[in-house]
Design a protein around this ligand. Sequence first.
Ligand code: C2E
Ligand code: CA
Ligand code: CA
Length: 679
Amino acid sequence: MQSKGERKTLGVLPLIIAVVMVAAGALIVANNSVWSIMRADAEANAHSWGSFLFDDVPAIDDVIAGRVPLENAVAYMWGRNEFGTLKRFRVYDKTGIERMDSAQVDFRPIRETTSPNRNPTAAKVFAENESDFTFHDDVNEQIVDDKVVRGHTYTAHTLVPLIQGDKAIGVLEVISDETDNWKALRSKFEWAGIQIIGLVVLAFMLPGFLYMRRTGQLEFTTNRLRHTVEYDALTGTLNRSAFTSLLREQISGANAHGLSVAVHFIDLDRFKNINDALGHAVGDQLLAATAQRLRRVLGTRERLARLGADEFAIMQPFHPSATGVVEQFGHDIVHEMARAFFIDGSEIQIGATVGYAVSPKDGETVDEIIRAADIALAHAKSTARGEAEAFDPSMEAERQVRQHIEARLRHALAHHQFDINYQPLYNIDGKELRGFEALLRLKDEQGKPISPEIFIPIAEEMGLIGAIGHWVLEQSARTAREWSDDLIVSVNLSPLQFQTHDMPQVVKSVLEQTGLPAHRLELEVTEGVLIIDTDKVLTALREIKDLGVSIALDDFGTGYSSLAYLWSFPFDKLKVDKSFMTDLAVEGSKSREILATIVALGKVLDLKITAEGVETKEQIEVLRALDCDLVQGFLYGKPLDSDALASLLTDRVQKEAMERASQRLQHSVGKASVVRKLA
Ligand code: C2E
Ligand code: CA
Ligand code: CA
């Protein structure tokens, strides 16, 4: 394949060749013209010198005949020896024998027939009646200021027939110095040559220029078109299809050269919220700024693309021996994205999560590697937000499990296949039942339970928690409505429900529909609920509390445990996380002291303290010593399904009835003994 540069050179090449050829032609023409001008000039000079000789030197025919003329004629001729460019002349007879040489230094220029010096050229000139011209370039060296200076002397030798009347009688050879003539003509013709070349170049350049302009425009349009097809208009990065085809080329090229290619998938963490809150214009600016940021981490070989709304990808070719470069690159991306953006006067803290995979290790084809990077990103998003995570084959299995759970959740919601178990809550003495905590249950197709700790976060991510939470609330309220009036039901709420729903309104309508008195409903929230938009959530919680519903702070001691929350909101109850119970048995743990502090704090703030996860007698002893209020745990009762709940409640009713009967009996027995005593 030809590169763009090669194509351009090929286009210009014929133009250059044409110009060079025209220039060379012009030089040859100039040279020839100089030559023929010089020749014509020299011949004309020789002829006029010849007629001068006949006109002014009457003895010339004597000379040709080999007779020595009169002394004064010789002297006259000698006086004409050097004249203008004329340097020397010779006279030959018709057979070419030299009869006279103006340069003979012995003042006897005339040759007598005794020593004939024959010039065949002269004989030829006479015989053919045609002049002869030769041009000599002699290099001479002169010493000027101790330096050798080379110079040229150009001499013309012109042989013309000597004509008397209209008859040739001999041959005249004229030797003239043409150096100045030659130089003058040369420079004139050279200048003319340059002008011709200039004109030719111009003549060629105009169409050439137009041609280049056209091809340039064509290339520009082609590039523009390619840009629109291959690049994302908003961010100027490659788009998905260009990225995949580039990746395909890279992978096959890299495999051939023993190289590896990493693919990093980058997802902006809170882009949707920002887009919703600040508007699409800001969202667009943020995406463009993100691309700008990501370009900062690119080296010369990495390529950036935008794959979807807020999803970017970077391809990173690397040498397999360079361990850690891919990991480092992933961290660099996260680090770069962790800094705040400033857009339209707002400071935006967004952050990104990265999942990456490496070819050929994690996949040999484009599809495999993209899938692997996608899995790594999905994994990172659910377990390691704001970090970079490498693909691991175990994620594949996890993903399948997750997809299965997602399907189960959708199905269960549509077909009412969730269950609720109820775990009893007791007074610290373990005798008085106070109510139940509603705990959601979901089974897989084989009837095996899926832990809510697994499916609830997935439901939250899927955006189903609002609907599910509403169902739990309504169902628990309906169930609790059937219990005796002194029992409460405690329902867990996800922080997300406060973001997506008007919770006070939801609670109010559930109470109305089920007829459960508000004081018998308790809602459990975790500190997580207070992290986002604290004021809004606090207001909602207050409105719920105003309905007469009580609010418990769940899993206390595990989260941020900011005391500020406790001051700013009047919770009714603290549920101490079950990890404190497990820790009690651990030697050297401060669990007991912390529990003591929490209980003391509860007393000051007038909060009831519930201990969760109570499993042993040792734990209950500690809790009693600390004067905890309520307990919940396997020691007192596991979460119960509806049958188990029904029998517990029936037992309770029977037990209470029996207790009441025995109290009555004791009462009447007591009365009888008093009567007997009195009697
Ligand atoms: P949680 O609110 O802290 O619920 C208490 C969890 O501790 C329950 O687990 C319960 O079965 C378990 N537990 C009770 N006593 C003991 C004990 O003595 N020892 C041990 N080891 N565990 C005990 P479960 O039912 O698996 O629920 C787990 C979490 O799922 C709950 O923690 C709660 O955060 C969430 N969850 C359950 N149901 C719902 C619901 O309807 N809505 C929401 N939003 N979350 C729920
Ligand atoms: Ca709870
Ligand atoms: Ca809890």
